[in-house]
Design a protein around this ligand. Structure first.
Ligand code: SF4
Length: 209
C-alpha cells in the first residue's frame, strides 16, 4: 500500500449537512491571506464561511477574518480532507514544552479517541507519552482491522517513563541530565539524556514533534 499524498495549501469543502456553509481548513499561517481571499469569494456567492486549522490559531491571524468568516468549532476527521490515509488516535500533549503550540492548540492533557479509525498515517502529537494501555489499544486496533501502519509521524520518546518529551522539554525538570540550558537558537541541536535530539530549524521557535 502507498501513502496518499498530502494536499497542499488550503482545503475547502461544502458542509454535507448545510450546503450553504463552506469550510476552509488552513494548516500553515502563510496560507491565511489566501484563505481570507477565498472566504471573501465564497461569501460573495452567499455562503456562510467557516475557517479552522492550526494556520489560523494565533489572535493576529484570527482578527483577519473578522466579519468574513466564523472561526473555531470541531469538525471530526478533518485530517482526511488533507490526506485520506491519515488519522489521529489522540489529540493534545501533557508534556508542555515551552516552545510548542500543541498544548495550547490541542489541549494540555491528552484526549484519547477510543474509536479512532486506523489508517496508514498516524498523526498523534506524542505517541510514546500516551498511557501505556492506550498505546496497546492503538496497536490492537491496527491489528484487528489489518491496517498497515506506514507512518507514525509524531514525537517518540526513547525512554517514555522518565524522558517523556521527544526533544527534551526543559531538561532540568523533564529530562534529567539533558544538555540544553539556554533558549534554543537556529541550528542548535537539543539533546536529552535519553539519547533523543532535535535540531531547531526555525530561529528561536523550535520545532514540534
Ligand atoms: S514538543 Fe512534543 S512533547 Fe513537547 S509539548 Fe510539543 S508535542 Fe508535547
Amino acid at each position: 500500500m502507498k501513502k496518499a499524498r498530502w494536499r497542499k495549501g488550503i482545503v475547502e469543502w461544502e458542509d454535507l449537512d448545510d450546503p450553504e456553509v463552506m469550510n476552509l481548513s488552513v494548516v500553515f499561517s502563510w496560507d491565511a491571506p489566501a484563505a481570507y481571499s477565498r472566504a471573501v469569494w465564497w461569501r460573495e456567492f452567499g455562503y456562510r464561511v467557516r475557517v479552522g486549522g492550526p494556520g489560523v490559531f494565533t489572535p493576529k491571524v484570527r482578527r483577519m477574518f473578522d466579519g468574513v468568516a466564523e472561526l473555531g468549532g470541531e469538525i471530526p476527521d478533518t485530517v482526511t480532507r488533507h490526506n485520506g490515509n491519515a488519522t489521529f488516535a489522540s489529540r493534545g500533549c501533557d508534556v508542555g514544552c515551552w516552545f510548542c503550540v500543541v498544548p495550547a492548540m490541542e489541549g494540555r492533557t491528552f484526549t484519547l479517541i477510543e474509536d479512532f479509525t486506523p489508517r496508514p498515517i498516524l498523526c498523534d502529537n506524542n505517541l510514546s507519552a500516551l498511557p501505556e494501555d492506550f498505546q496497546d489499544h492503538i496497536v490492537k486496533r491496527y491489528q484487528q482491522t489489518g491496517t498497515p501502519l506506514l507512518d507514525a509521524n509524531s514525537g517518540l520518546s526513547q525512554r517514555p517513563s522518565t524522558a517523556r518529551c521527544c526533544a527534551g522539554g526543559r531538561p532540568s525538570t523533564e529530562v534529567p541530565g539533558g544538555s540544553l540550558t539556554t533558549k534554543p537558537r537556529k541550528g542548535r541541536t537539543w539533546s536529552g539524556s535519553a539519547g533523543c535530539s532535535r535540531t531547531i530549524d526555525r530561529g528561536g521557535s523550535g520545532s514540534t514533534c
